[in-house]
Ligand binder design. Structure first.
Ligand code: MG
Length: 263
């Protein structure tokens, strides 16, 4: 069994001089973190998640009572550009679309622990390959990215696929729908905690359902998500905006709502 198995690890105990006892234990969050740290970022050798077909899902999913609706098909009044100006993305057909070159957009208010529902669609005419196809991203606190990518029959490194925690954790399975079809993310984000000296007390955590399928299960992030170089945690405010990435592709989003989570 590979020490990099995502399902289990093997511990060999030799407490008895004559007998080696082999225990197979389920992968824990600690094990997963150790595995993530073992793999070089964006390794092409890292096992790719299995492809599965997500079960049918009724979209759009209505916002529950009390949710903050960040986009309901009308305008981008909850969003702004990085410089604080009005968001320059395009509202079209009850959705909004990345305008390549316009830059990321972020919410006008900050969030801490939060549940987010968002629906997204890769461009129907799939162009490019790997990371250069239907790429965007949902960033919590402008720092921790759940990758958005057209991962339908599009090979790329495991920790950069749709549903990955970018550069850290591949999704458990690849349930990406074809380009031009709406897909959903339901995400629970727990912010990192820092003490008064700015030292990390507890890491950020993410649970992600892609098209209703659990692909990240309360994963403890290694630090801010990043490209090529893993960055350490740096203390930041408790509440910061959610942002969406402009990676140069006209990805669409719709039906975005959030609920604050209890402590
Ligand atoms: Mg991205």
């Amino acid at each position: 069994m590979s020490v990099r198995s995502s399902r289990s690890r093997v511990e060999v105990l030799s407490s008895c001089a004559a007998v080696a006892v082999v225990l197979v234990v389920p992968a824990s969050a600690t094990t997963l973190n150790a595995q993530a740290a073992t793999w070089p970022q964006h390794s092409l050798e890292r096992p790719k998640p299995l492809v599965e077909v997500a079960p049918p899902q009724q979209l759009p999913v209505a916002a529950p009572a009390g949710a903050i609706v960040l986009f309901n098909g009308g305008d981008l009044s909850w969003w702004q550009s990085g410089d604080g100006e009005a968001a320059k993305w395009r509202v079209v057909d009850g959705a909004f679309e990345v305008v390549p070159g316009a830059g990321a957009i972020k919410t006008r208010v900050g969030f801490g622990d939060v549940r987010l529902h968002i629906e997204w669609m890769s461009p129907a005419s799939a162009k490019g390959e790997g990371q250069n196809r239907g790429n965007s991203g949902v960033f919590f606190q402008q720092t921790y990215e759940v990758q958005v990518l057209d991962s339908y029959k599009n090979d790329t490194y495991a920790d950069g696929q749709a549903g990955s925690i970018y550069g850290q954790f591949p999704p458990r399975v690849n349930v990406t729908r074809p380009p031009g079809e709406w897909q959903s993310y339901d995400i629970e984000f727990r912010r990192p905690r820092f003490d008064e000296a700015g030292k990390l007390v507890s890491p950020a955590r993410l649970t992600v359902r892609h098209n209703g399928v659990l692909v990240q299960d309360n994963v403890a992030l290694l630090g801010p998500t990043s490209h090529t170089v893993r960055a350490p945690y740096a203390a930041h405010a408790d509440e910061l905006p959610i942002s969406l990435q402009d990676h140069g592709h006209p990805v669409r989003f719709r039906n975005v709502w959030v609920q604050a989570l209890g402590k």
